[in-house]
Every structure is written in structure tokens, then in C-alpha cells.
Design a binder for this molecule. Structure first.
Ligand code: NAD
Length: 461
């Protein structure tokens, strides 16, 4: 029997944990840089000393290989902590700003202050990384946090609850496991900030609940991310990098290329190349490959399997119900209204559509909700420029996939339906901070003209 989370938290237990954290936050203990640095170091040590257990939990929940677990979850977090520790001193310093001519004599500055008690809700696809990456920003900015992992990855969820409680005081960081009931109780609480990663429909619920209390939110959501291969692309490299982006975690990646637009002149050659790359990466029958991840549960397996009926399968299509696995599949959709072309696929099926004029692709993508990611493979700078400038999207790559998420120098987030706000690197610190603007006025002189009845307004008193 797969492990499940049986216990949801009651409204009372959720509420008392929030009150405990409010008290701790108001004691001021989270604010000094020494505390933040120590807690980030503790988090890094927690990750390092539990590497084996993290890999085991990810294997049980998603059949992730050790390499994939390290690259996309563990290593990613350690690098993010290293970068934060290197820069936190600079980020915390009050920033001096210029003042307007009308404010002569005064000084202006901005102080980053923590919001307070924050809530971080995570999804199941990178269940460890997506829970702790925002936490790095929360700690660095001086907040406390309650973490709500996904109930669909129960091994990772219970490991998180165990290791966090061993290292951190629940008045500072607590994990509250559970499903919709626990999350619903959490969303009734007076948090000072909510950071949500998950689907668009649940993102809307979170935002509505937050609106009741005017709680600021970051929403990291999903959607359909297009990948365009222009006729000038390096076909071999494009095939490798698209296969990497699509079939890492069996397509269960928020920024995976969702569908592919390919220039008609290179379509056949590209398909042949992509087929070869799949065999090279995963063997002749990937579902038999021990390292190839599974679909998270039966419900999602049934959902993704359903997309196999939406067109002509060009390669792949084999499934294992027992293992919850589906081979990397390339499909020519019957038309643009079938579910594989309207739903976020979130699985190893890649629809391919040919095009002749780039404007047709731009028109299609811009007629849909703004995507979280967009990828363009081209060596033609005009095409690169027209695509990156005329389509609104969260972030993306030219001649690659996924890699924009893995650098702390680029903010990561969506736009429109794919999300609100961004994080990673300094953006995480900014997301979890309120910037207080302060004007410090001089007492050396006072301009009479700003006051009522200032007939001789240029007199300086
Ligand atoms: P989800 O929205 O179903 O669940 C996310 C979290 O919300 C979970 O912790 C879950 O317990 C909770 N939740 C679920 N239903 C709820 C409800 N009715 N009320 C309150 N809380 C509820 O998302 P998921 O299936 O876990 O993850 C997949 C989605 O997340 C995809 O759409 C994917 O694109 C998106 N995603 C986005 C990013 C990003 O960084 N933008 C990263 C990963 C996943």
C-alpha cells in the first residue's frame, strides 16, 4: 500500500501554531543578521546530513533517480543557500536614495523589514526543493514560517516534518502536514505573507482567501509553456535540450516544454533526432528503466494517459499501469481544441505542431493565457528578438530549456495566469521583505512656502 497522510490538522492546532510564531516574531529574535545566518547554516546542514533519506523519499514518491534528486532538489537548495549567505549582508543594508529638489536638505532611504509570520504551500512535483527554496528567502529576510507540503508525496512530506522539527523551534519554523482541510484552516489565519506554488485553480482560492485579510501573496503557478524550433536551429542540440526539459521528472515540471512548434522544413529531421535522443537518455523502453520517474498517482496517471487519444502518436505511447509510467511520447494533435492542447499536460507527452510563418505561432501563443516559460531554438537574431519581445511570458531560454530556473541571478516567476511575483537569489529576499521608505528631514532650516498663508513664501525661517 502506498503511504498516505492520514491526519489533517485541526483549526485549533493550526491557530495555536500561528499565535506561537507571532509571539516569537514579535520578540525580535529573527531580525539580527547573526540569527538569520545561523538558521541558514542549520538548514544547509539539515539538507547535507539527510541526503540519503531525501533521495529515498523522492524515490518512493516519484521514482526519482539519485542524480535527478541531487541536481533538481538537493544541489539546487545548497547552491541557493550558499548564494544567500554570500550576499545577505549587502541585501539587508538600508539603501540610500536621492531626494527631490523640493525636499532640499533631507535624506531618503529604504529599510528591508520582514513581513512577519509567513505561510509556504508547496506542490508535489519537486516536493523538497519547492518547499525549502522559498523558506531560504523567508529566513534571510527575517520571517518565521509555516510549511505545508503536498499530501501527494507523503514520504517527502513526513521526512520534512521530522527533520524540520529536529532542527528548528516550531515557534520559528513548523511543518503542518495534510491536504485540503489543513490548507483551508491555514488560509483562515492572520498570516503576514503567503507564498504558494501550485496549480492555477488553487492559486485563485489562495488569492481569494488572502484578499479577505489583505495578505500579500506570491503565486508560482503553471500553464502551457510553448517551445518553438525555428528552421535555423541547431537540430541536434535542440533535440537533446528539449528532451532534457520535457522528460526530466517524466514531464512533471512546471516549466517543462508543454507543446512544440516546429518549422515545417526541419520537422522530419528533428523528429528522427528526438527519437534517437530518447533512446540514448532512457534506452529502448524507458518504462523498464529503473531511473525513469513515474507519474505521481493513479489520478494523474489516468489523466495523462487520456491525452494519448488526442492525435497520432509519432513515437512512444507505451504505458505501465502497474508502475504508473508512460514512455516519452511525441503526438500530432488532432486539432488545437483537444485536451492535450488545452490542459497543462504535466506528463511525458509532447504535442508537435508544424508552422511556416513565425507570426502564426506568435498569434496562437498570445491568444492563450500568458505562459510560465517559453523556449525558442534559433540562430536567427531577428526571430529571437521578435519572439522574446512580442510574447509575454514568465521567463525562458533561447536555445535551451529549464536552465533559467537554475541561476540565482535571474528572478523566477510567472505573469498573468502563470503567477504573481518572483523569487530565487535576491528576488527571494525581496519577495519576503517589505521595503519601508523613510525620509529624514533636516532641522537646520525650514521652507516657509510649504505652509498655509505663505505670501512671502521664499523666506527661510
Ligand atoms: P495543487 O494546486 O493541486 O496543490 C498545491 C498545494 O495546494 C498542495 O500543498 C495542496 O495540498 C494544496 N491544495 C490543493 N487543493 C487545495 C484546495 N482546494 N484548497 C487549498 N489548498 C489546496 O498543485 P499540484 O498538483 O501539487 O502541483 C502541480 C501544479 O503546480 C501545476 O499546475 C504546476 O505547473 C504548478 N507548479 C508551479 C511551479 C512554479 O514554480 N510556478 C512549480 C511547480 C508546480
Amino acid at each position: 500500500m502506498p503511504k498516505t497522510i492520514t491526519k489533517d490538522h485541526t483549526l485549533d492546532s493550526v491557530h495555536s501554531n500561528v499565535l506561537l510564531q507571532k509571539k516569537f516574531f514579535h520578540s525580535g529574535q529573527t531580525k539580527p543578521i547573526e540569527f538569520r545566518v545561523k538558521m541558514l547554516e542549520n538548514l544547509a546542514n539539515l539538507i547535507r546530513s539527510n541526503e540519503e533519506q531525501i533521495c529515498e523519499a523522492l524515490k518512493l514518491d516519484l521514482n526519482k533517480s539519485k542524480t535527478e534528486a541531487y541536481v533538481t532538489e538537493i544541489g539546487f537548495l545548497l547552491e541557493e543557500i550558499r548564494f544567500t549567505l554570500k550576499n545577505i549582508n549587502k541585501w539587508m543594508k538600508p539603501e540610500k536614495v536621492k531626494t527631490a529638489k523640493t525636499h532640499i536638505g533631507s535624506k531618503g532611504y529604504k529599510i528591508a523589514e520582514p513581513y512577519g509570520v509567513t505561510l509556504i504551500i508547496a506542490p508535489w512535483n519537486y516536493p523538497f526543493q519547492l518547499q525549502l527554496a522559498p523558506l531560504i528567502g523567508a529566513i534571510a529576510a527575517g520571517n518565521t514560517a509555516i510549511l505545508k507540503p503536498s499530501e501527494l508525496t507523503p514520504h517527502t512530506s513526513s521526512l520534512l516534518a521530522k527533520v524540520i522539527s529536529e532542527v528548528f523551534d516550531p515557534a520559528f519554523i513548523a511543518v503542518m502536514e495534510g491536504g485540503v482541510e489543513t490548507t483551508s484552516h491555514l488560509l483562515e489565519q492572520p498570516f503576514d505573507y503567503i507564498f504558494f506554488t501550485g496549480s492555477v485553480p488553487v492559486g485563485k482560492i489562495v488569492m481569494q482567501k488572502a484578499a479577505n485579510r489583505l495578505i500579500p501573496v506570491t503565486l508560482e503557478l503553471g500553464g502551457k509553456s510553448p517551445c518553438i524550433v525555428d528552421e535555423t536551429a541547431d537540430i541536434g542540440l535542440a533535440a537533446k535540450r528539449i528532451a532534457f526539459g520535457k522528460w526530466t521528472n517524466s514531464g512533471q515540471t512546471c516549466i517543462a516544454p508543454d507543446y512544440l512548434y516546429i518549422h515545417k522544413n526541419i520537422q522530419n529531421k528533428f523528429i528522427e533526432e528526438l527519437k534517437k535522443v530518447v533512446v540514448d537518455f532512457y534506452g529502448q523502453n524507458p518504462i523498464e528503466n529503473e531511473e525513469y520517474p513515474k507519474i505521481v498517482n493513479q489520478r494523474h496517471f489516468n489523466r495523462v494517459r487520456g491525452y494519448l487519444n488526442d492525435g497520432e502518436i509519432l513515437f512512444g505511447g507505451q504505458i505501465s499501469e502497474e508502475k504508473h509510467k508512460i514512455n516519452p511520447t511525441l503526438i500530432k494533435p488532432r486539432d488545437m481544441s483537444v485536451p492535450v492542447m488545452t490542459d497543462e499536460i504535466f506528463g511525458p507527452i509532447l504535442p508537435i505542431i508544424e508552422y511556416e510563418h513565425i507570426q502564426d505561432v506568435i498569434d496562437f501563443v498570445t491568444s492563450r493565457p500568458k505562459p510560465l516559460a517559453l523556449y525558442i531554438f534559433t540562430t536567427n537574431e531577428k526571430i529571437e528578438s521578435v519572439v522574446t519581445n512580442s510574447i509575454s511570458f514568465g521567463g525562458g531560454c533561447v536555445n535551451d530549456t529549464l536552465m533559467h530556473i537554475a541561476t540565482p541571478y535571474l528572478p523566477f516567476g510567472g505573469v498573468g495566469e502563470s503567477g504573481i511575483g518572483s523569487y530565487h537569489g535576491e528576488s527571494s529576499f525581496v519577495a519576503f521583505s517589505h521595503y519601508k521608505s523613510v525620509l529624514k528631514q533636516t532641522n537646520r532650516f525650514d521652507l516657509r512656502f510649504r505652509y498655509p498663508n505663505a505670501k512671502n513664501s521664499l523666506k527661510i525661517i
